[in-house]
Design a protein around this ligand. Structure first.
Ligand code: MG
Length: 168
């Protein structure tokens, strides 16, 4: 698909889940939240950043987060996921892509995320090198149903649009 500027447009989708675990920090979109549990994972388990990374990689046809940052690789133990996102953005820029926008939904019964959505969006926009209005973060619950409803973990969904000039 080509827009009015003659740019190629590509859409991407990302999904991720991490389970709650005691004694772990809860980090979403690079924001550390006060909660009695954090998310388990090899990296900092920033489920929102991971969904955004997969959306970007998907749009660019570059595989998925597991291929880029294997959870068997000790380099990524406790990794700051915004740093991983920055590596992906660097690759996208090298291939001529720019981020048009990102939209994401984080599904959690608790804690309440809506008050922090703006800070998460600002963090992600900074790493994506776009103005804040191009990143939108939404908070949802699953009305007490399923694993998110039982407070077993947090899920995140993200879509993005990328553009690059046809000569790139
Ligand atoms: Mg993940």
């Amino acid at each position: 698909m080509v827009n009015g500027l003659g740019e190629t447009l590509r859409v991407g989708f990302g999904f991720d889940v991490h389970r709650f675990a005691a004694g772990r920090p809860l980090i979403l979109g690079g924001v550390r939240l006060e909660h009695d549990q954090g998310l388990d994972g090899h990296s900092d388990a920033d489920v929102l950043a991971h969904a955004v990374i997969d959306a970007l990689l998907g749009a660019a046809g570059l595989g998925d987060i597991g291929r880029w940052f294997p959870d068997t690789d000790p380099r990524y133990r406790g990794a700051d996921s915004l740093g991983l996102l920055a590596q992906v953005v660097e690759r996208l820029h090298a291939e001529g892509w720019r981020v048009v926008n990102v939209d994401a939904t984080v599904v959690a019964e608790a804690p309440r995320l809506a008050p922090h959505a703006g800070a998460m969006a600002a963090n992600l926009a900074r790493i994506l090198e776009v103005e804040a209005g191009r990143v939108n973060i939404k908070a949802a619950t699953s009305e007490g149903m399923g694993f998110t409803g039982r407070r077993e973990g947090i899920a995140a969904f993200a879509v993005c649009l990328l553009a690059r000039s046809q000569g790139a």
